[in-house]
Design a binder for this molecule. Sequence first.
Ligand code: HEC
Length: 152
Amino acid sequence: MRRDAGDDCATSGTPQRVQTDNAMEVLTFNAGDSKKGAKLFKTRCQQCHNLKEGEGNKIGPNLHGLFGRHTGQVEGFSYSDANKQKGIEWNQDTLFEYLENPKKYIPGTKMAFGGLKKGKDRNDLITFVAPVPITTTRISMLTRPQLPPGGD
Ligand code: HEC
């Protein structure tokens, strides 16, 4: 149910994720360049993650179907408790925050990745891993908690 979209505020109860401390950076997800994202995925993620269906898990879980899935749900992958218990839904917003500093977003994660510090890199990467081409319009639709069913 779309109501779940509110879950990603679970950490602090502050829905205003725009107010982060790095005010100089891009603060929220904006659709980026999927080709650049593909390159980033290859160089920064692929050694640990597959992205295609059925390719299985590597050091990290297969990221196919990530959007809309809650943390720690890939069958056969042995997650850390921290990752499993984070309990948020993966979408462009949660990924945007997570990928900046995974160890800060999920303290105790076993993902050995320092993060993509540039907001632009995260935008490009997330645009690439998104299941469908996402535009800024679509983003706001996806993130609005009370979207009526069928809005997809
Ligand atoms: C050195 C290996 C490594 C690299 C590089 C890496 N990851 Fe991971 N990733 C992992 C591991 C291991 C986990 C599981 C973490 C846990 O269980 O604590 C994980 C977990 C994740 C999760 C959570 C999945 C879930 O089902 O909850 C996401 C999302 C993710 N990685 C995305 C990425 C992206 C995107 C990149 C590239 C920008 C990346 N990772 C780079 C190893 C890696």
